[in-house]
Ligand binder design. Sequence first.
Ligand code: CTP
Length: 419
Amino acid sequence: MGVDGRRLNVVVGVSGGIAAYKACHLVRAFTERGHSVHVVPTPSALNFVGAATFEALSGNPVSTTVFDAVDEVRHVRIGQEADLVVVAPATADLMSRAAHGRADDLLTATLLVATCPVVFAPAMHTEMWNHPATRDNVATLRRHGAIVLDPAHGRLTGVDTGPGRLPEPEQIAKLALLAAEKPGAFTRDLEGKRVVVTAGGTREAIDPVRFIGNHSSGRQGFALADVAAQRGADVTLIAGSVDALGTPPGVTLRSITSARDLHDAVVEEAPGADVVIMAAAVADFRPGTESDSKLKKGASDDALSRIELVENPDILADAVRRRADGELDAATVIVGFAAETGDATATPLEHAKTKLARKGCDLLMCNDVSGGATFGAEDNVGWILDADGTIDDVPRGSKHAVAANILDAVARRVAAARG
Ligand code: CTP
């Protein structure tokens, strides 16, 4: 189900490319979330995966032509009843036909009828993706209101590598469900902007086997990187420890361990960036010394019972300071995060206001974690505080939808900063 518990009618269109086998996993990703799926392959897709496989996985009949079940007017009905259409893989040929309004098979006919969000997940060789004809077709489809995902970079069929690889099915499913939840999430308002996102928790070594860490899953930061890339940004994601999250398509991943590694990475990556988003859960303290050998319990000088902690650099406040000193571009938009609970002194929102002023960043996403949720959860809720005093409610939604809300505020700031 979606975050709002709605069971969606999802049409999975499949066109004829080697990556068609990944559509099987995509169908599973939707059915396992409780959505109903109709698979509509092109005739050539069936050269790669048989109709029986799609029927078994979706539990619904599969046809490729407008001449099956004519009495049900299937070519119109499937598109009309859809809440979401996802074409994965979308070949160059399929996108060309869709961009020109052709209706020469059941899938293109369905695309002409559908008024719900339509998402294309392209997969093709880099030369085909870069060809001016494909660029034009992508632009036309986007102008017509469709969402065309940027493909992943990586190994393609044969020996070549480059942009053109179909993202992993789970990644396509998350982005497609975001399209259903918040269709405006894919505005290309970060085209050509350089965005640095930090995510996940840091680990502060005690000895070769132990560390001080935290519960951050990294999901909110990964979602931010994912959505920013799909809005056209050139994204570097600096990630601490995360629980097996795949690198979002089109994103450059840099892995770090400790707060000091993270600080070094941000110092390197932030110059030239249009946006720096500090979603990482940074450990405020680390052991003053890291033992070279494993500390033994019960040893006469029981070092484990008296670990002395020293304070880590405040990376966010440091970025703000370096911007003021001219080391970062004055127009760089800096975004902080705060997970707050209310207490005797203040509400979560009041704590967040104080933190925004203390850190000096432009925007602060405040999660209300009073109920204990958020870490590792699928959804999130809170407020976006702008240093200009405005506060936007962020309604409860998937971490991808929350990311899109944050990026709406970021894009407004970027546009204002760049005049
Ligand atoms: N942050 C940072 N460096 C640190 C600690 C935090 O850059 N050493 C960033 C986080 O990535 C986040 C923001 O600062 O964007 C707020 O983090 P939080 O842990 O809430 O802030 P603290 O300053 O540690 O405040 P608190 O006293 O509430 O723990």
